[in-house]
Design a protein around this ligand. Structure first.
Ligand SMILES: [Ca+2]
Ligand SMILES: [Ca+2]
Length: 206
């Protein structure tokens, strides 16, 4: 609004000058989701994980009851933060020995309003969506198999792990009456070992 020139006069009849214009901003658009960013990366062995959830403007009504977690861990959710930025933390339940994907979602959008009372608009984040986190809290398990070996002959042993592994090498192999001749990586979860039995090793040293 503004006051026109001459809107009022002073005691001597001088007309007033035009006023500045005052602009009112009306907010009629609801808040949206700007991003869900994992605070622990996309894959983790942590027992407690968290996300940073950002809205397009300041909002009210963001509590733990707004969010839900899929993946079947029965983890507890807690929320901190204010305005447009919140941190949602998942802990407890079966997270400590869980192996799988969990995902954070907004399950009660009606509770979220902007400061003008406009309802949350929902939808996918306009920015990063890292709502899914892969939790790997299980240890790899090795299964050994080999052909039946004749005494003195080289033996090939296949080592299959229940998942991809790192750092498998000669120091990880314990042998009795045999020596390790070859260790080959077939895949990150499978290796073949060629073993020489003691008889073979003796025959070689002759
Ligand atoms: Ca708004
Ligand atoms: Ca694992």
């Amino acid at each position: 609004m503004s006051l026109a020139a001459g809107a009022v006069t002073d005691a001597l009849g001088n007309e007033s000058l035009a006023s500045d214009t005052l602009t009112f901003e009306t907010d009629t658009s609801g808040p949206g989701l700007s991003g869900i960013q994992s605070g622990v990366g996309s894959v983790t062995a942590l027992d407690i994980v968290y996300w940073n959830v950002t809205f397009s403007e300041e909002v009210t009504g963001v509590t733990r009851d707004v969010f839900s977690l899929s993946g079947g861990t029965n983890a507890n959710l807690s929320v901190s933060g204010s305005g447009a930025s919140y941190q949602v933390t998942a802990s407890g339940g079966s997270l400590a020995d869980f192996d799988g994907v969990i995902a954070l979602s907004i399950s009660d959008p009606d509770a979220i309003l902007d400061l003008s009372g406009n309802a949350y608009e929902g939808g996918a984040p306009s920015g990063p969506d890292q709502s899914q986190i892969r939790i790997d809290n299980t240890a790899p398990v090795a299964t050994l198999s080999s052909e039946k070996a004749s005494v003195g002959a080289a033996v090939t042993v296949t080592v299959r792990f229940s998942e991809d592994v790192r750092r498998f090498g000669r120091t990880g192999v314990t042998l009795t009456n045999a020596s390790l001749e070859e260790l080959t990586e077939v895949s990150p979860s499978e290796y073949t070992l060629v073993l020489a039995t003691r008889a073979t090793a003796r025959s070689r040293s002759r």
